[in-house]
Design a protein around this ligand. Sequence first.
Ligand code: NDP
Ligand code: OXD
Length: 313
Amino acid sequence: MKADISPIRISFCCTNTDPEPWLTGLRAALPLAEVSVWQPGVPAADYAVVWAPPQAFFDEQSQLKGVFNIGAGVDALMKLRLPPQAVVVRLEDAGMAVQMAEYVCQAVIRHFRDLNAYAEDARAGRWTFYKPRQRSDFPVGVMGLGVLGARVAQALQHFEFPVNGWSRSPKVLEGVHGFSGAAQFNDFLASSRMLVNLLPLTPDTTNILNRDTLGRLQPGGYVINVARGAHLVDDDLLALIHSGHLAGATLDVFRTEPLPPDHPFWQHPKVTITPHTSARTLRSESIAQIADKISAMQRGEPLSGIVNVGSGY
Ligand code: NDP
Ligand code: OXD
Protein backbone atom coordinates (compact mmCIF):
# COMPACT_ATOMS: atom_id res chain seq x y z
CA MET A 1 0.00 0.00 0.00
CA LYS A 2 1.35 3.44 -0.87
CA ALA A 3 1.72 5.79 2.05
CA ASP A 4 -0.29 9.01 1.92
CA ILE A 5 1.60 11.85 3.58
CA SER A 6 1.85 15.61 3.30
CA PRO A 7 4.77 17.07 1.27
CA ILE A 8 8.12 16.45 2.85
CA ARG A 9 11.73 16.63 1.65
CA ILE A 10 13.97 13.59 1.76
CA SER A 11 17.69 13.89 1.13
CA PHE A 12 19.62 10.81 -0.04
CA CYS A 13 23.32 10.64 0.89
CA CYS A 14 24.78 7.14 0.58
CA THR A 15 28.40 6.42 -0.32
CA ASN A 16 29.14 3.57 -2.76
CA THR A 17 25.46 3.31 -3.70
CA ASP A 18 23.85 3.98 -7.07
CA PRO A 19 21.21 6.57 -6.09
CA GLU A 20 18.82 6.25 -9.04
CA PRO A 21 16.98 3.01 -8.09
CA TRP A 22 16.67 4.26 -4.51
CA LEU A 23 15.22 7.59 -5.61
CA THR A 24 12.77 5.82 -7.92
CA GLY A 25 11.70 3.42 -5.17
CA LEU A 26 11.36 6.09 -2.49
CA ARG A 27 9.34 8.33 -4.83
CA ALA A 28 7.01 5.43 -5.65
CA ALA A 29 6.54 4.54 -1.98
CA LEU A 30 6.12 8.16 -0.82
CA PRO A 31 4.50 9.90 -3.82
CA LEU A 32 4.00 13.20 -2.02
CA ALA A 33 7.62 13.46 -0.94
CA GLU A 34 10.37 15.33 -2.78
CA VAL A 35 13.32 12.96 -2.87
CA SER A 36 16.73 14.06 -4.14
CA VAL A 37 20.42 13.34 -3.85
CA TRP A 38 22.20 15.62 -1.41
CA GLN A 39 24.67 18.12 -2.76
CA PRO A 40 26.16 21.05 -0.87
CA GLY A 41 23.73 23.95 -0.96
CA VAL A 42 20.47 22.05 -1.62
CA PRO A 43 17.39 23.09 0.45
CA ALA A 44 16.91 21.76 3.97
CA ALA A 45 15.30 18.32 4.17
CA ASP A 46 13.00 16.77 6.80
CA TYR A 47 14.44 13.26 6.56
CA ALA A 48 17.68 11.73 5.37
CA VAL A 49 18.41 8.30 3.92
CA VAL A 50 22.09 7.66 4.50
CA TRP A 51 25.00 5.25 4.42
CA ALA A 52 28.36 6.53 5.72
CA PRO A 53 27.62 10.18 4.85
CA PRO A 54 30.29 12.88 5.27
CA GLN A 55 30.19 15.18 8.31
CA ALA A 56 29.46 18.06 5.89
CA PHE A 57 26.05 16.52 5.22
CA PHE A 58 24.91 16.85 8.83
CA ASP A 59 26.63 20.20 9.32
CA GLU A 60 24.50 21.55 6.51
CA GLN A 61 21.29 19.53 7.08
CA SER A 62 21.13 20.40 10.77
CA GLN A 63 17.31 20.57 10.99
CA LEU A 64 16.60 16.91 10.09
CA LYS A 65 13.80 15.16 11.99
CA GLY A 66 14.86 11.65 11.10
CA VAL A 67 17.98 9.94 9.75
CA PHE A 68 17.40 6.51 8.18
CA ASN A 69 20.47 4.30 7.86
CA ILE A 70 20.34 1.80 5.00
CA GLY A 71 22.10 -0.82 7.07
CA ALA A 72 21.65 -2.51 10.44
CA GLY A 73 24.94 -1.26 11.88
CA VAL A 74 25.21 2.44 12.69
CA ASP A 75 28.87 2.54 13.79
CA ALA A 76 29.87 4.83 10.87
CA LEU A 77 27.09 7.27 11.80
CA MET A 78 27.98 7.24 15.48
CA LYS A 79 31.41 8.71 14.65
CA LEU A 80 29.77 11.89 13.32
CA ARG A 81 28.22 14.94 15.01
CA LEU A 82 24.52 14.39 14.41
CA PRO A 83 21.76 16.99 14.73
CA PRO A 84 20.68 16.48 18.36
CA GLN A 85 16.93 16.54 17.63
CA ALA A 86 17.15 13.95 14.81
CA VAL A 87 15.89 10.46 15.50
CA VAL A 88 18.36 7.91 14.08
CA VAL A 89 16.71 4.79 12.70
CA ARG A 90 18.44 1.65 11.45
CA LEU A 91 17.23 -1.20 9.28
CA GLU A 92 15.66 -4.06 11.22
CA ASP A 93 15.98 -7.31 9.30
CA ALA A 94 14.58 -6.04 5.96
CA GLY A 95 15.59 -9.38 4.44
CA MET A 96 19.02 -9.51 6.12
CA ALA A 97 18.20 -11.97 8.92
CA VAL A 98 17.55 -14.95 6.62
CA GLN A 99 20.72 -14.17 4.66
CA MET A 100 22.73 -14.00 7.87
CA ALA A 101 21.22 -17.28 9.08
CA GLU A 102 22.12 -19.08 5.85
CA TYR A 103 25.66 -17.63 5.79
CA VAL A 104 26.42 -18.55 9.41
CA CYS A 105 24.87 -22.02 9.14
CA GLN A 106 26.96 -22.75 6.02
CA ALA A 107 30.13 -21.58 7.82
CA VAL A 108 29.38 -23.68 10.89
CA ILE A 109 28.49 -26.73 8.81
CA ARG A 110 31.44 -26.27 6.46
CA HIS A 111 33.77 -26.41 9.43
CA PHE A 112 31.91 -29.13 11.34
CA ARG A 113 31.65 -31.43 8.30
CA ASP A 114 35.28 -30.87 7.13
CA LEU A 115 34.00 -29.60 3.81
CA ASN A 116 37.10 -27.49 3.11
CA ALA A 117 39.26 -30.61 3.45
CA TYR A 118 36.91 -32.58 1.18
CA ALA A 119 37.06 -29.79 -1.42
CA GLU A 120 40.86 -29.82 -1.32
CA ASP A 121 40.89 -33.62 -1.65
CA ALA A 122 38.53 -33.45 -4.62
CA ARG A 123 40.82 -30.94 -6.37
CA ALA A 124 43.76 -33.31 -5.75
CA GLY A 125 41.79 -36.33 -7.00
CA ARG A 126 41.74 -37.99 -3.53
CA TRP A 127 38.77 -40.13 -2.38
CA THR A 128 39.22 -39.73 1.41
CA PHE A 129 36.89 -39.86 4.42
CA TYR A 130 37.15 -37.93 7.67
CA LYS A 131 35.83 -39.31 10.92
CA PRO A 132 32.31 -38.01 11.71
CA ARG A 133 32.28 -35.56 14.61
CA GLN A 134 29.84 -35.30 17.50
CA ARG A 135 27.55 -32.28 17.32
CA SER A 136 27.58 -32.15 21.13
CA ASP A 137 31.34 -31.41 20.92
CA PHE A 138 30.67 -28.30 18.82
CA PRO A 139 28.57 -25.88 20.89
CA VAL A 140 28.08 -22.59 19.03
CA GLY A 141 28.15 -19.30 20.92
CA VAL A 142 26.32 -16.38 19.33
CA MET A 143 27.48 -12.94 20.51
CA GLY A 144 24.57 -10.51 20.16
CA LEU A 145 21.00 -11.75 20.31
CA GLY A 146 19.35 -8.89 18.49
CA VAL A 147 17.42 -9.04 15.22
CA LEU A 148 20.17 -10.96 13.41
CA GLY A 149 21.74 -12.93 16.27
CA ALA A 150 18.39 -14.29 17.45
CA ARG A 151 17.57 -15.50 13.93
CA VAL A 152 20.99 -17.15 13.61
CA ALA A 153 20.62 -18.84 17.02
CA GLN A 154 17.24 -20.19 15.96
CA ALA A 155 18.52 -21.42 12.58
CA LEU A 156 21.47 -23.29 14.13
CA GLN A 157 19.06 -25.32 16.22
CA HIS A 158 17.58 -26.89 13.07
CA PHE A 159 20.93 -28.63 12.68
CA GLU A 160 20.89 -29.67 16.34
CA PHE A 161 23.99 -27.79 17.44
CA PRO A 162 24.01 -26.82 21.11
CA VAL A 163 23.56 -23.01 21.05
CA ASN A 164 24.72 -20.44 23.62
CA GLY A 165 23.84 -16.77 23.34
CA TRP A 166 25.34 -13.64 24.89
CA SER A 167 23.71 -10.22 25.06
CA ARG A 168 23.93 -7.07 27.15
CA SER A 169 20.59 -7.64 28.88
CA PRO A 170 19.25 -11.12 29.75
CA LYS A 171 17.29 -12.78 26.90
CA VAL A 172 15.11 -15.87 26.93
CA LEU A 173 15.18 -17.63 23.55
CA GLU A 174 13.83 -21.13 23.24
CA GLY A 175 16.59 -23.72 23.03
CA VAL A 176 19.36 -21.16 23.61
CA HIS A 177 21.49 -21.20 26.75
CA GLY A 178 21.52 -17.49 27.54
CA PHE A 179 24.36 -15.51 29.12
CA SER A 180 24.39 -11.76 29.65
CA GLY A 181 26.63 -8.89 30.60
CA ALA A 182 30.33 -8.72 31.39
CA ALA A 183 29.88 -10.96 34.44
CA GLN A 184 28.82 -13.97 32.35
CA PHE A 185 31.07 -13.39 29.32
CA ASN A 186 33.86 -15.76 30.36
CA ASP A 187 31.37 -18.55 31.16
CA PHE A 188 29.75 -18.02 27.76
CA LEU A 189 33.14 -18.30 26.02
CA ALA A 190 34.16 -21.36 28.00
CA SER A 191 30.88 -23.05 27.04
CA SER A 192 31.41 -22.44 23.31
CA ARG A 193 33.67 -23.98 20.68
CA MET A 194 32.44 -22.13 17.62
CA LEU A 195 31.91 -18.40 18.06
CA VAL A 196 29.67 -16.21 15.91
CA ASN A 197 29.97 -12.45 16.32
CA LEU A 198 26.82 -10.40 15.71
CA LEU A 199 27.44 -7.52 18.08
CA PRO A 200 27.16 -3.89 17.03
CA LEU A 201 30.48 -2.04 16.96
CA THR A 202 30.52 0.30 19.96
CA PRO A 203 33.23 1.51 22.36
CA ASP A 204 32.34 -1.49 24.58
CA THR A 205 32.72 -4.08 21.83
CA THR A 206 35.72 -2.78 19.83
CA ASN A 207 38.56 -5.39 19.90
CA ILE A 208 36.32 -7.79 21.85
CA LEU A 209 37.65 -10.76 19.85
CA ASN A 210 41.22 -10.81 21.14
CA ARG A 211 43.88 -13.16 22.48
CA ASP A 212 42.32 -13.30 25.94
CA THR A 213 38.68 -13.80 24.90
CA LEU A 214 39.36 -16.16 21.97
CA GLY A 215 41.79 -18.05 24.19
CA ARG A 216 38.86 -18.89 26.47
CA LEU A 217 37.00 -20.80 23.76
CA GLN A 218 37.14 -24.57 23.96
CA PRO A 219 40.25 -26.07 22.27
CA GLY A 220 39.83 -26.39 18.51
CA GLY A 221 37.66 -23.27 18.52
CA TYR A 222 36.39 -21.65 15.35
CA VAL A 223 35.56 -17.96 14.83
CA ILE A 224 32.90 -16.56 12.50
CA ASN A 225 32.96 -12.76 12.37
CA VAL A 226 30.04 -11.29 10.45
CA ALA A 227 29.61 -8.04 12.40
CA ARG A 228 32.47 -5.55 12.01
CA GLY A 229 36.21 -5.90 11.37
CA ALA A 230 37.16 -3.72 14.34
CA HIS A 231 35.67 -6.31 16.72
CA LEU A 232 38.60 -8.60 15.91
CA VAL A 233 42.30 -8.18 16.69
CA ASP A 234 43.65 -9.79 13.51
CA ASP A 235 47.10 -10.70 14.86
CA ASP A 236 45.60 -12.33 17.97
CA LEU A 237 43.39 -14.53 15.80
CA LEU A 238 46.36 -15.55 13.65
CA ALA A 239 48.53 -16.28 16.72
CA LEU A 240 45.82 -18.54 18.21
CA ILE A 241 45.42 -20.39 14.90
CA HIS A 242 49.18 -20.86 14.67
CA SER A 243 49.35 -22.12 18.26
CA GLY A 244 46.68 -24.71 17.41
CA HIS A 245 44.15 -23.41 19.95
CA LEU A 246 41.85 -22.26 17.15
CA ALA A 247 41.08 -24.42 14.14
CA GLY A 248 40.33 -21.47 11.86
CA ALA A 249 37.93 -18.69 11.02
CA THR A 250 35.37 -17.48 8.54
CA LEU A 251 35.52 -13.70 8.20
CA ASP A 252 33.12 -11.48 6.26
CA VAL A 253 34.17 -8.13 7.69
CA PHE A 254 37.57 -6.45 8.07
CA ARG A 255 39.20 -3.44 9.70
CA THR A 256 39.98 -2.07 6.25
CA GLU A 257 37.58 -2.87 3.42
CA PRO A 258 38.38 -3.90 0.75
CA LEU A 259 40.88 -6.13 2.57
CA PRO A 260 44.38 -4.84 1.58
CA PRO A 261 46.10 -7.12 -1.00
CA ASP A 262 49.02 -7.92 1.32
CA HIS A 263 46.86 -8.93 4.31
CA PRO A 264 47.71 -12.47 5.55
CA PHE A 265 44.00 -13.46 5.66
CA TRP A 266 43.91 -13.67 1.84
CA GLN A 267 46.23 -16.66 1.57
CA HIS A 268 45.76 -18.31 4.98
CA PRO A 269 44.67 -21.93 4.51
CA LYS A 270 42.57 -21.88 7.70
CA VAL A 271 40.86 -18.56 7.09
CA THR A 272 37.91 -18.29 4.73
CA ILE A 273 37.02 -14.76 3.66
CA THR A 274 34.11 -13.12 1.87
CA PRO A 275 33.79 -9.43 0.92
CA HIS A 276 31.24 -8.11 3.50
CA THR A 277 28.44 -9.96 1.82
CA SER A 278 26.91 -12.19 4.50
CA ALA A 279 23.70 -10.12 4.64
CA ARG A 280 23.25 -7.56 1.88
CA THR A 281 20.91 -4.60 2.07
CA LEU A 282 17.94 -5.49 -0.12
CA ARG A 283 16.69 -2.36 -1.82
CA SER A 284 12.95 -2.93 -2.13
CA GLU A 285 12.56 -4.36 1.41
CA SER A 286 14.61 -1.48 2.80
CA ILE A 287 12.67 1.18 0.92
CA ALA A 288 9.35 -0.30 2.11
CA GLN A 289 10.57 -0.31 5.72
CA ILE A 290 11.92 3.25 5.56
CA ALA A 291 8.79 4.58 3.82
CA ASP A 292 6.54 2.99 6.45
CA LYS A 293 8.61 4.51 9.23
CA ILE A 294 8.70 7.98 7.67
CA SER A 295 4.92 7.78 7.30
CA ALA A 296 4.60 6.71 10.95
CA MET A 297 6.78 9.64 12.05
CA GLN A 298 4.69 12.03 9.99
CA ARG A 299 1.55 10.74 11.71
CA GLY A 300 3.22 11.06 15.09
CA GLU A 301 3.13 7.30 15.68
CA PRO A 302 5.84 5.33 17.49
CA LEU A 303 8.35 3.32 15.47
CA SER A 304 10.87 0.59 16.17
CA GLY A 305 14.53 0.50 15.19
CA ILE A 306 15.41 3.80 16.86
CA VAL A 307 19.09 3.89 17.76
CA ASN A 308 20.05 4.71 21.33
CA VAL A 309 22.83 7.17 20.58
CA GLY A 310 24.11 6.88 24.16
CA SER A 311 24.79 3.16 23.86
CA GLY A 312 25.83 3.42 20.20
CA TYR A 313 23.39 0.89 18.69
P1 NDP B 1 20.70 -5.43 17.21
O1 NDP B 1 20.89 -4.05 17.71
O2 NDP B 1 19.32 -5.92 16.91
O3 NDP B 1 21.36 -6.47 18.23
C1 NDP B 1 22.53 -6.21 18.92
C2 NDP B 1 22.73 -7.27 20.00
O4 NDP B 1 24.02 -7.09 20.57
C3 NDP B 1 21.72 -7.17 21.15
O5 NDP B 1 21.34 -8.45 21.59
C4 NDP B 1 22.52 -6.44 22.23
O6 NDP B 1 22.12 -6.74 23.57
C5 NDP B 1 23.90 -7.02 21.99
N1 NDP B 1 24.93 -6.14 22.55
C6 NDP B 1 25.20 -4.84 22.26
N2 NDP B 1 26.22 -4.38 23.01
C7 NDP B 1 26.61 -5.42 23.80
C8 NDP B 1 27.59 -5.58 24.80
N3 NDP B 1 28.41 -4.57 25.15
N4 NDP B 1 27.69 -6.76 25.41
C9 NDP B 1 26.87 -7.79 25.10
N5 NDP B 1 25.89 -7.72 24.15
C10 NDP B 1 25.77 -6.53 23.51
O7 NDP B 1 21.60 -5.56 15.90
P2 NDP B 1 21.41 -6.51 14.61
O8 NDP B 1 21.22 -7.90 15.09
O9 NDP B 1 20.40 -5.94 13.69
O10 NDP B 1 22.84 -6.33 13.91
C11 NDP B 1 24.03 -6.68 14.58
C12 NDP B 1 25.25 -6.21 13.80
O11 NDP B 1 25.44 -7.01 12.64
C13 NDP B 1 25.16 -4.80 13.22
O12 NDP B 1 25.45 -3.82 14.22
C14 NDP B 1 26.20 -4.82 12.12
O13 NDP B 1 27.45 -4.41 12.62
C15 NDP B 1 26.27 -6.28 11.73
N6 NDP B 1 25.80 -6.52 10.36
C16 NDP B 1 26.66 -7.08 9.44
C17 NDP B 1 26.24 -7.33 8.17
C18 NDP B 1 27.14 -7.97 7.17
O14 NDP B 1 26.79 -8.07 5.99
N7 NDP B 1 28.28 -8.49 7.57
C19 NDP B 1 24.88 -6.99 7.72
C20 NDP B 1 24.07 -6.46 8.75
C21 NDP B 1 24.52 -6.22 10.04
P3 NDP B 1 20.67 -6.29 24.11
O15 NDP B 1 19.71 -7.21 23.40
O16 NDP B 1 20.74 -6.53 25.55
O17 NDP B 1 20.52 -4.84 23.70
C1 OXD C 1 24.84 -3.46 7.82
C2 OXD C 1 25.87 -3.96 6.92
O1 OXD C 1 25.17 -3.02 8.90
O2 OXD C 1 25.62 -4.08 5.73
O3 OXD C 1 23.66 -3.51 7.43
O4 OXD C 1 26.97 -4.30 7.38
